[in-house]
Every structure is written in structure tokens, then in C-alpha cells.
Design a binder for this molecule. Sequence first.
Ligand code: NAD
Length: 337
Amino acid sequence: CSSSTPITATLFPGDGIGPEIAESVKKVFTTAGVPIDWEEHYVGTEIDPRTQSFLTWESLESVRRNKVGLKGPMATPIGKGHRSLNLTLRKELNLYANVRPCYSLPGYKTRYDDVNLITIRENTEGEYSGLEHQVVRGVVESLKIITRQASLRVAEYAFHYAKTHGRERVSAIHKANIMQKTDGLFLKCCREVAEKYPEITYEEVVIDNCCMMLVKNPALFDVLVMPNLYGDIISDLCAGLVGGLGLTPSCNIGEDGVALAEAVHGSAPDIAGKNLANPTALLLSGVMMLRHLKLNEQAEQIHSAIINTIAEGKYRTADLGGSSTTTEFTKAICDHL
Ligand code: NAD
């Protein structure tokens, strides 16, 4: 893409702290001269019958048309009986893999200074298939669906990612000793794909052992691929290794070239509207989006400005032990640009 022709990207500011951190991304991108026109879509207040959710058909069409977007967190009311917004997006747009890089930020001290791993989460099935029902009163059932097609697809993505990003090892995370059929099929598919990539070391790690190893020595891992629920949990654990949810980005990959980047964290209702949120995770998600668009120069510029601002230590949000507001921290990043 030449930097003179603007690219249209969909932006979902989302709920809770979403609009505040989306504002920060817009400011930083404008300061860096990123050639992007945002097409903003908000979550509706009524269910759209065409999507059976609060997400409008038009907003989904926007992502399908632009093929690229950035998404703020969306709140899911617990037990209210309507389809989760995130699930709707993943299913309707066929966002089959969620890529979550997790690395130590230079200048921000945690227990580890050598974390550099990528979790790749299957995003469409497993326990998130939405198939729950009551069998009889007091007994409910939830179906975990694992298919060969979705498992091969995410495994292929993980190995291809490892190969094209200079990574050496892919670890499949599972609980196939107990869930022999479902996780067993997932592993079988990973093994099949591994055979096509002899240059990548392949290993299988049971999820409980994986948690222990991650906490003890995260440098043991490189690329991790896993079914949906494990990916959800492990990536939050990984966020904790490098300083918390305010820092970790992700990108959802769809089958027909769609990429929808989003922070790993949720809408943080406890700090929403207070100008306290750390916009780093959404900003770094924006950087992933720019790399996807091959706008590498701007991606690097913004990435360095974020890292330098945090490393300098003068402006940090409360989650990183500082006292800056979202706006002050954003301004500091813009000043570094
Ligand atoms: P959460 O990630 O919103 O918050 C967990 C903790 O981390 C809170 O203390 C919060 O203040 C803090 N935190 C999160 N992001 C932060 C940031 N950028 N800066 C500073 N602190 C931050 O998780 P939750 O409270 O379990 O979920 C709240 C809502 O978000 C729920 O409705 C949930 O369904 C939704 N959710 C959405 C997504 C998504 O849209 N992808 C992901 C997770 C949760």
C-alpha cells in the first residue's frame, strides 16, 4: 500500500473503557500520519434480527467490505440469554484464529524479562459453541465441539506463522488424557500438520503442566496453539507475566483475508469513564493491524513511541504503578512520535 492512498478500516470503539482507548488510538495514528480512514460502528441498543445480536448487520458488512478493523472490548451480560457480541463477530466473520503475542516490554520490570511467546487460540468452537441446555431440573449440559476442519485450519495457521516469523517450536496445549475424543482429535490434526513442517519442533503439553511451566519459566515456550477455552485462559495468564491486561494485544484472523485486531482485555467496567485505562493493549493491537496492512514503517514508529514512553517511566497509567491519565499517557506517546 502506498502511504498516500488512505485505507478504510472498521473501528468498533466498544463498551466500558473502549471509547476512551479508541480515542487514544485515533490520536496516536493521526499524529503518526497513518493513512487510515476509520469507519466507526457502535454496538446497537436493540437486537438486530438479521444477526440475532446487538451488532448490526451493517457493522458486520463494514468488516467484510474493508477486510480489516480494530475492535474495542464489548461487554457480555452474564446469563441474560442473548448471543455474546464477541461470539457473534467470531462466528459471522469466521474469525478462526486469535493470535496473541506476549512479550516483556523493555523498561517495565516484572518477574521475567525474557517473555516472548505467541498464543494461537482456536476461535470458533470448543466450549464456545453456545450449545447449552437443561437435561432435567438441576442438570445442565454444555457441548464441546471439536472438528477436524477447524483444528487443521488453526494448526496450519500456527505452523505457517512459526515458519514465516522465524519461530522454532510449536507446542499444542491439550487435556487429551481426559478429553480423549475432543482434545484427541485436536492433537491428531496438529500432528498431521506438524509433519509438513519438519523444520519446526513440535511438542504436546498438557494444559495443567503448561500453566506450571509458564509461571516457572516462560522462556520454555515459543508458539502455543490450543482449543478455544484453553486459549482464553492461557493468554490472560501470559498477560500477567508481562505486566497485565493493559499491555497485551491480539488479532483475529478470518478465512477470506479478514483481520480484526483487539486488545485481550475486556471493558473494565470498574474504571470506565474515569480516564484511567491503559490504552497500550489497543494501541499495540492497532500496530498488529498496521503490520497486517504492510504499513511497517508506521507500525515500528508507533511501537517504539509506546515502548519508549513506558520505559521512560514519567508517564504511566495506574495499572503500571503510575498516576497518569489515559489522556496524559496518550499525549506522551504522541510527543515521542
Ligand atoms: P476485564 O479485562 O474487563 O477487567 C479485568 C481487570 O483488568 C479489571 O480490574 C480492569 O480494570 C483491568 N483492566 C482491563 N483492561 C485494562 C486496561 N486497558 N487498563 C487498565 N486496567 C485494565 O475483565 P472482566 O472484568 O472479567 O470483564 C468485563 C467485561 O468485558 C465483561 O462483560 C466481559 O464479558 C467483557 N470482555 C470482553 C472481551 C472482548 O471484548 N474481547 C474480553 C474479555 C472480557
